[in-house]
Design a protein around this ligand. Structure first.
Ligand code: C2O
Ligand code: CU
Ligand code: CU
Length: 505
């Protein structure tokens, strides 16, 4: 069985309008029909937190004959009890919705046996993972129905919160929003030595946030508004609607993952309490950053430490994100929406996990870039092109540090994600990055008409025949082809001309 989702009637009109550069005002004149309606959604103060937050199980592993930590994941159809009384058709990995959390340590050799029991092809991309291109799980690495693929690699990166999800040509949004996503936690010695919570599901909590919408039958449906793509009117955390978390320690570590198609969250707390940002996509910051909110676009992660007093309650809330748009354009793109996300309930006696450390892990210094590229995102295209699985858009030389200048040339929201490597943002329109962009990143929101300079080193894994992707992580845009490919080659090597395009249907 595969899920059939009603297609969005206005998608074509919007894409044409985007390509033609039709002004926002003209599009707003079309308000009243789906995509262009600017209805504001708020669940603030109205959510009853009646379900204990589900914690995705830890994926079990064995050590195989080659000494590798071996995991199994099965992409499968299922039915989930997300809303009372009505089973919702969903998909997940080894469970009916979402997938287990994989955990590994820097230096581990891992293999994941991915079995596809869906009625259609899928792929599994390790978002944020530094690994060979052939194991990256992009649209070139399809897993046909009934077959198994076994990517294997060595964990060569710092402690971080990563995730996995399908990565197809044209159907990523459909599979992800049906529930195909999971977390991958990497630990390392420096992080394990810090006096911060490490007890998965107890004081170290995965928080996978998705916005959904249920139709009268309890099935997932989508409503496309504005340009960002499908958005929902309810929030699931780890697949739980109206979730609460029992907190038993004085400090809790939340690993926030925006696993939504399109929605941008600005996370904070109902009592405006301050918390400490300790990690971004690619790992720990040099020191905790005190703040009262953290904004995450689809695909971005942040780890935060929240201090709790005995018996108190607070609600993780998403306030209006600052997308850098004018008011009309912002509300049209879900920027006026707000949500109560997760209630934290501290018990009357809390175990102490120490105080928040003053310092975390020093940030490595970046080598000076010696290669420069420019990427302009406009009209669901990057540098005027849509994705072509047989075209290499950038040839990167192994061992090089590059600087990518990335600009969103439209008044519409986009984001930028790079596979294979983490980058550092060295400039936002000529200014130093704000704290949440100052550490290791692999995905950033692109404010309209702002230029971001990203610096990254391609230290490993040359392969002229297998590309990595870069793309907007708003899944409808990615599915529309707002994506490109790069290969990493040895000095002087040329990329393979036929990259072996595959079709997913
Ligand atoms: Cu989270 Cu290219 O993907
Ligand atoms: Cu990725
Ligand atoms: Cu986009």
């Amino acid at each position: 069985m595969s899920l059939v989702r009603p297609r969005r009637p206005l998608a074509t009109i919007a894409s044409v309008a985007l390509v033609a550069g039709v002004a926002t005002a003209t599009l707003l004149a079309l308000a009243g029909c789906g995509r262009f309606g600017a209805g504001v959604i708020s669940t603030v103060g109205t959510v009853s937190f009646t379900h204990r937050l589900a914690i995705p199980p830890l994926a079990t592993s064995t050590i195989d004959s080659q000494g590798r930590t071996s995991f199994n994941l099965t992409a499968e159809d299922g039915a989930s009890h997300l809303v009372a009384g009505k089973p919702t058709p969903t998909r997940g990995f080894s469970q009916s919705y979402l997938g287990p959390t994989l955990v590994a340590n820097a230096g581990d050799r891992v293999v994941v046996h991915l079995h596809n029991s869906l009625g259609e092809a899928t792929s599994v991309h390790w978002h944020g993972m530094h690994l060979p291109a052939i194991d990256d799980g992009g649209p070139h690495q399809l897993i046909a129905p009934g077959s198994t693929r076994s990517p294997a690699w060595v964990i060569k990166q710092n402690a971080a919160t990563l995730w996995y999800h399908p990565h197809l040509m044209g159907t990523t949004e459909e599979q992800v929003s049906d529930g195909m996503a999971g977390m991958f936690i990497v630990h390392d010695a420096a992080e394990m030595a810090l006096p911060i919570p490490h007890d998965y599901g107890v004081d170290d909590i995965p928080v996978e946030v998705q916005d959904v919408r249920f139709d009268a039958q309890g099935h997932l449906s989508t409503d496309v508004r504005g340009f960002i793509g499908p958005t929902g009117n309810k929030i699931l955390v780890n697949g739980t609607l109206g979730p609460y978390l029992d907190v038993s320690t004085t400090v809790v570590r939340l690993r926030l993952l925006n696993a939504s198609d399109a929605r941008i969250y600005d996370f904070g707390f109902s009592d405006a309490r301050r918390f400490s940002l300790i990690a971004t996509d690619g790992g720990l910051l040099p020191a905790p950053q005190p703040t009262s909110h953290i904004q995450l676009a689809p695909g971005e992660r942040a780890e935060i430490l929240v201090q709790m007093a005995p018996g108190e309650r607070t609600v993780l809330r998403s306030a209006l994100p600052d997308m850098g748009l004018d008011h009309a354009n912002s509300s049209m793109n879900a920027g006026a929406d707000s949500f109560d996300v997760l209630q934290l309930r501290a018990s009357d006696r809390l175990a102490t996990v120490g105080t928040i450390p003053a310092a975390l892990v020093p940030l490595a210094k970046l080598p000076a870039p010696t290669a420069f590229r420019t990427f302009v995102l406009d009209g669901h295209e990057i540098n005027g092109r849509v994705m072509d699985m047989n075209r290499v858009d950038a040839v990167v030389t192994l061992g090089t540090t590059e600087r990518w200048s990335v600009t969103n040339a439209q008044d519409e929201p986009h984001s930028f994600h790079v596979h294979d490597v983490d980058f550092r943002v060295t400039s936002v329109d000529g200014k130093p990055p704000p704290p949440q962009l100052s550490g290791w990143k692999d995905t950033i929101y692109l404010r309209p008409h702002v230029t971001y300079l990203l610096v990254m080193t391609f230290a490993d894994y040359s392969d002229p025949g297998h590309p990595y992707m870069f793309h907007c992580h708003m899944l409808e845009h990615e599915d529309d082809g707002m994506m490109g490919q790069f290969v990493v080659v040895k000095p002087g090597q040329l990329p393979t001309t036929n990259l072996g395009a595959q079709h997913d249907h």
